[in-house]
Ligand binder design. Structure first.
Ligand code: HEC
Length: 112
């Protein structure tokens, strides 16, 4: 019985690790997708990380479409950023729209 319990709980634990305890990608909105794929480098606020050479997303001159394409296909001008091939067009669009919203809030000085 005891070993069964250990087996059971390690199973639960491993499946939690594998799923990352988070929602599946196709249920996430732009903000959540940004938090899971982009914030690691660009920070939740989008301000980037100067020391690591990650630019401020709020100051980007790229358009919604350019960002959307860049997310899934990468960009010749931004080789240092990896592409996210597994994201769908819809997800990339949600993220790009979120980046655009960060940009607006950045300009008004509202976001830190
Ligand atoms: C591993 C770190 C990392 C992750 C994760 C990352 N980026 Fe980047 N990003 C960078 C770096 C570094 C650059 C600068 C690339 C260059 O200039 O070669 C960059 C550049 C950019 C730019 C261009 C900024 C400009 O104005 O020129 C945009 C937009 C951008 N990233 C959006 C995103 C989005 C959206 C995501 C999530 C899908 C993301 N990044 C995930 C590191 C990252």
């Amino acid at each position: 019985m005891k070993s069964f319990l250990i087996f059971f709980f390690s199973g639960v634990f491993i499946s939690m690790l594998l799923s990352g305890c988070s929602k599946p990608d196709d249920e996430m909105n732009g903000k959540e997708l940004y938090e899971s794929y982009c914030a690691k480098c660009h920070k939740s606020s989008g301000k980037g990380n100067f020391l690591l050479g990650v630019p401020d997303n709020r100051g980007t001159n790229l358009s919604y479409w350019e960002i959307k394409v860049m997310i899934t296909r990468g960009s010749e001008n931004h080789k240092k950023m990896r592409k996210f091939k597994h994201l769908t067009d819809t997800q990339a669009g949600l993220i790009a729209a979120y980046v655009m919203s960060l940009k607006k809030s950045g300009k008004s000085g509202a976001a830190k």
